[in-house]
Design a protein around this ligand. Structure first.
Ligand SMILES: *[C@@H]1O[C@H](CO)[C@@H](O)[C@H](O)[C@H]1NC(C)=O
Ligand SMILES: *[C@@H]1O[C@H](CO)[C@@H](O)[C@H](O)[C@H]1NC(C)=O
Ligand SMILES: *[C@@H]1O[C@H](CO)[C@@H](O)[C@H](O)[C@H]1NC(C)=O
Ligand SMILES: *[C@@H]1O[C@H](CO)[C@@H](O)[C@H](O)[C@H]1NC(C)=O
Ligand SMILES: *[C@@H]1O[C@H](CO)[C@@H](O)[C@H](O)[C@H]1NC(C)=O
Ligand SMILES: *[C@@H]1O[C@H](CO)[C@@H](O)[C@H](O)[C@H]1NC(C)=O
Ligand SMILES: *[C@@H]1O[C@H](CO)[C@@H](O)[C@H](O)[C@H]1NC(C)=O
Ligand SMILES: *[C@@H]1O[C@H](CO)[C@@H](O)[C@H](O)[C@H]1NC(C)=O
Length: 904
């Protein structure tokens, strides 16, 4: 009996063990084949980390985590695995899977309905892929799901009501897709939800009132949709962050959003909200960011806001707020940005603002502020932007203004300020922009103004009462693009020194009391002046104004003839000197040609003795014969790195044969060109020619071209701030050759292969000289060689066969698109016959929003950079207009780019 019991027990145990073994081997087999099918479908046809381990069990593959002795897949963490395939429906068999992370890949196709069968899932993260089609409603079946992140894909259709069944859900992120329809009240069933992100879709209609019942909701963002209607009350929720910016929401800002005492970020910019700012926000001590700009808010700023000590950003510009700035702002200990511009605020600027030592930007323009600019403002040592334009401010400029050492933008124009411009203005060494126009400033313009050598955007002193001469020192402002001195009482001549303001694009000297001849030998920037630039100065003369009378006729004829005799004598002496110089020069030339260097000895010329001393031809020739020294290659040339024995390093550019056959011309053109100096242009230091070889030397040694930096740099992604800086610098260089040369010069190969980045972040355009060497007007025969690089060539080139200023603008637009999308100008992935421009223009036909063509690696990083990228995209699109006449000129392009400024 006992015996048989034990044997039965033993049999049972044995059977049990067998069944475990059987079942587990069954499970293992099932999972293994489903898993490898899933993984291989997901991988697509690109290379992947799995290529070397193909034979072993998929449980041992990178990113795969199995348990129970490799019988159950529990975790697939495949973020950033360069996956290019699709999600196989076999995923449905992986029923032990708790975590699926495919984020940051290029997974395409749709999300299979079978995903809803993986009932163990706690977390799904598919962010930053290329998934399309609609969200399967079967996901609503997942009983344990806590995290669902489908953001940054191309999903469309509605948000399925079935998602409302996942009551375990804590995070739902559907941001940056193409979702349409209403948000739907199903969402109100998600009572465990802590984070709800729906921004950047095309969701419309009102916000569901049921949001008020999401008792755990801490973060809610739905910016950039087409939402309308009122914002429901959310007073019972433990909210920390709300961002509903850029919708069409109406009605008031609901009261008591901060009842939980945790609200830190409230962003409601660019809606149609009206009513007043709720009084209770003034007691929301946790608030760090309050952004409500671009609405129709009325009433005054609640007094309590001045006591919020955690407040960092307060932006309420573009509303209809009135009343005064709260008189007690003692709480603002951390405030960095205060922008109340474009309202109807009045009263004085509180002198207490000087206690806010953290303040970096004070923007109060276009209100009705009165009184004087508080002298104490100079205690805000971190102030970089001070904009008080368009108010009714009186009195003098604060005397210690330029003790503000980091001030970059000072706009005090259109007020009633009365004082002289202090000599200390020269101490504002970081200023990029100075706007003082339309005030009642008087006295002379101090020469120290020439110390503001960082000035770039604008110097505007117009419509004041300045007297005395224009200081010569203005000529030191070589980066300045816009100078307005009009409508003052300035006297004397326009100084010759201004010819060195090589970046100037706009200038206005009109309506002053200036006199004398305009600077004549104006090959420089002022050469393109029109008469209107100088109008209203009766004493000025010389082209483009009427010619100066060479000699005054009011004396008697005797003195006239005497003067004439002197003039003739001068001319004769001049002629003698000129012919002497010409003879010497011709002799030199002849001499040089006569001793034509023997074979192997190069003809060379150096513009700097230092370079000449450092150069060793043998070493250069050796360096340019080795591919190892290549820095970059483009349409016309290859740049090599050449280490010299003196330890210095030069860059040597070897022209390819298209250019090299014109080497005789190089003699003549380069001599003129080396003076051609702009910080964003690679300037030749010398050249040498030998047989078929034409080499130019530079002391700027690029580390790489923009093309390499963007497309071949796999370790790090170039951040948006750098891309923006490069775009502006390249625009400055192109603008210079288009608008500051007489006649304007074109570039024959505007491409990212021709924009070079230096070791200290310099940005320089190369191959500018090629335009001179292959002057199209003199070389009509070989013009087809001049087209530029594939993908950058403007469409009209096919008919005109001419490179024009407008076609340069087109090519520059392509570079902007490269910076924005991170894609090459020509790439197979665009499809048959498409280049980057046509791919971008095709976006709306493909139903893609502008956001979707941006380089997601950088556009996803912040709302602010995405906004800037979209603004730059507009510029790029206008540059690449198919009609050349519709494209803006380079100086407009530069201006447009410069107004898209980076936030602090
Ligand atoms: C999804 O993955 C991305 C990238 O790995 C990560 O930044 C994000 O926080 C994840 N989403 C959630 C909701 O955890
Ligand atoms: C899931 O949601 C749908 C629509 O919201 C509903 O009709 C259905 O009954 C729900 N299913 C379960 C199992 O709760
Ligand atoms: C919300 O959940 C209830 C059951 O708890 C269900 O009956 C209802 O259909 C759900 N509502 C929506 C809109 O899904
Ligand atoms: C807001 O509504 C106007 C017209 O009522 C429409 O033109 C605009 O596109 C809407 N804006 C958003 C962000 O939905
Ligand atoms: C806000 O605008 C709505 C119309 O959109 C209007 O009915 C309401 O009276 C306005 N409220 C205030 C306080 O101006
Ligand atoms: C400038 O104006 C102020 C006040 O209007 C006056 O006191 C001062 O004398 C003026 N200075 C000059 C140089 O005209
Ligand atoms: C500022 O300008 C003045 C006059 O133009 C000059 O003497 C002085 O050296 C300059 N200071 C600096 C730091 O450049
Ligand atoms: C976005 O949605 C619209 C309307 O549903 C559709 O026409 C378009 O193709 C969608 N775009 C993408 C990229 O899926």
């Amino acid at each position: 009996m006992g015996m048989s019991f034990t044997s039965i027990a033993a049999l049972c145990i044995l059977a049990g063990m067998l069944s475990i073994v059987f079942c587990s081997s069954y499970t293992s087999a099932l999972d293994e084949s489903a898993l490898s099918t899933f993984l291989l479908t997901l991988k697509g046809n690109g290379p992947s980390v799995w290529d070397t381990v193909n034979s072993s069990s998929p449980c041992s593959w990178d990113g795969v985590n199995c348990s129970n002795g490799d019988v159950e897949v529990i975790d697939l963490s495949l973020s950033g695995f360069n996956l290019k395939g699709t999600i196989s429906p076999t995923i449905g068999t992986l029923q032990s899977l708790t975590k699926l992370d495919l984020s940051n890949n290029s997974v395409r196709g749709s999300i299979p309905a079978e995903l809803g069968d993986c009932f163990s899932l706690l977390s799904i993260n598919l962010t930053s892929n290329k998934l399309g089609s609609s969200i399967p409603s079967s996901i609503g079946k997942l009983p344990k799901l806590e995290v669902l992140d489908l953001s940054q894909n191309e999903l469309e259709g509605n948000i399925p009501a079935e998602l409302g069944n996942i009551t375990t859900l804590q995070t739902l992120n559907l941001e940056s897709n193409n979702l349409t329809g209403l948000i739907g009240d199903a969402i109100s069933n998600l009572t465990n939800l802590k984070e709800l992100f729906l921004s950047q879709n095309r969701l419309r209609g009102p916000l569901p009132t049921g949001i008020a019942s999401l008792q755990k909701l801490e973060k809610f963002a739905a910016y950039q949709n087409e939402l309308e209607g009122d914002i429901p009350s959310m007073s019972m929720l433990p909210l920390k962050e709300i961002n509903l910016a850029s919708n069409n929401l109406t009605g008031p800002i609901p009261a008591n959003m901060c009842r939980s005492g945790k609200l830190s970020i409230l962003t409601l910019d660019n809606n149609k909200l009206n009513g007043t700012i709720p009084e209770d926000l003034g007691s929301c001590g946790s608030l760090t960011t309050l952004r409500i700009k671009g609405n129709s808010l009325t009433g005054s700023i609640p007094a309590g806001i001045g006591k919020l000590s955690k407040l960092v950003y307060f932006v309420a510009e573009q509303n209809m707020l009135d009343g005064e700035v709260p008189s007690d702002i003692s709480g603002w200990e951390n405030l960095i940005l205060l922008s109340l511009a474009d309202n109807r605020l009045s009263g004085s600027i509180p002198s207490q603002i000087s206690m806010v030592s953290s303040l970096q930007e004070l923007v109060l323009s276009n209100n009705q502020f009165t009184g004087s600019i508080p002298e104490e403002l100079v205690n805000c040592k971190n102030l970089s932007r001070l904009h008080l334009s368009g108010n009714l401010l009186t009195g003098p400029l604060p005397s210690g203004l330029c003790t503000l050492q980091v001030l970059e933008s000072l706009k005090l124009d259109s007020n009633i300020l009365t004082s002289e411009l202090p000599h200390s203005i020269g101490d504002c060494g970081r200023l990029l922009e100075l706007q003082l126009g339309n005030n009642q400033l008087n006295g002379t313009i101090p020469t120290e103004i020439g110390n503001l050598t960082m000035l770039q955007i604008s110097l505007n002193l117009s419509f004041n009462q300045f007297t005395g001469p224009i200081p010569d020192s203005l000529g030191k402002l070589t980066k300045l693009t816009s100078l307005d001195l009009s409508h003052n009482r300035l006297t004397g001549p326009i100084p010759e020194a201004l010819v060195s303001m090589s970046s100037l694009l706009e200038w206005d000297f009109s309506d002053n009391l200036l006199s004398g001849p305009l600077p004549v030998a104006m090959s420089g920037p002022l050469a393109n002046s029109t008469a209107s630039n100088f109008a209203g100065n009766p004493g000025l003369c010389g082209s483009p104004l009427p010619p100066c009378k060479a000699l005054k006729m009011k004396g008697n004829s005797h003195s006239f003839w005497k003067a004439a005799a002197i003039a003739i004598a001068c001319v004769l002496v001049l002629l003698l000197i000129v012919s002497a110089v010409v003879i010497v020069a011709m002799h030199k030339h002849y001499f040089r040609a006569a001793v034509d260097p023997g074979p192997g000895v190069p003809v060379s010329r150096f513009f700097s003795e230092n370079v000449e001393r450092a150069v060793d031809f043998g070493i250069i020739k050796e360096a340019i014969s080795s591919n190892a020294n290549i820095i970059s290659t483009n349409h016309f040339s290859t740049i090599y790195r050449v280490p010299m024995p003196s330890c210095s390093v030069l860059a040597a550019k070897k022209f390819n044969s298209t250019v090299a056959i014109h080497q005789k011309r190089i003699f003549h053109e380069l001599e003129k060109l080396w003076k051609f100096s702009h910080e964003n242009i690679m300037q030749p230091m010398g050249y040498f020619l030998e047989n078929d070889l034409a080499v130019i030397l530079y002391d700027f040694v690029p580390t790489c071209s923009l093309s390499q930096k963007l497309h071949r740099n796999f370790e790090s992604v170039l951040p948006w701030s750098s891309r923006y800086r490069i775009a502006v610098a390249a625009a400055q260089g192109l603008c210079f050759i288009h608008h500051s040369c007489n006649p304007p010069m074109m570039h024959l190969d505007v491409s990212s292969n021709n924009i070079f980045l230096g070791p200290n972040h310099e940005v320089k355009i190369g191959d500018v000289e090629v335009a001179k060497l292959l002057d199209p007007s003199k070389h009509t025969g070989s013009i087809s060689a001049v087209a530029g690089s594939f993908g950058y060539i403007a469409p009209e080139y096919a008919f005109t066969m001419r490179v024009t200023l407008a076609s340069n603008v087109y090519s520059f637009g392509v570079i902007l698109l490269e910076l924005l999308t991170g894609r090459r100008p020509v790439d197979e992935s665009f499809g048959e016959g498409l280049d980057l421009v046509r791919w971008v223009y095709g976006a709306s036909a493909r139903g893609e929003m502008p956001e979707q063509i941006l380089d997601a690696r950088i556009s996803a990083q912040s709302f602010a950079s995405r906004q800037e990228m979209l603004a730059v995209l507009k510029v790029a699109v206008s540059c690449t207009n198919a009609a050349p006449l519709q494209r803006p000129r380079m100086r407009k392009v530069l201006e447009a780019l410069q107004t898209i400024k980076l936030p602090p």
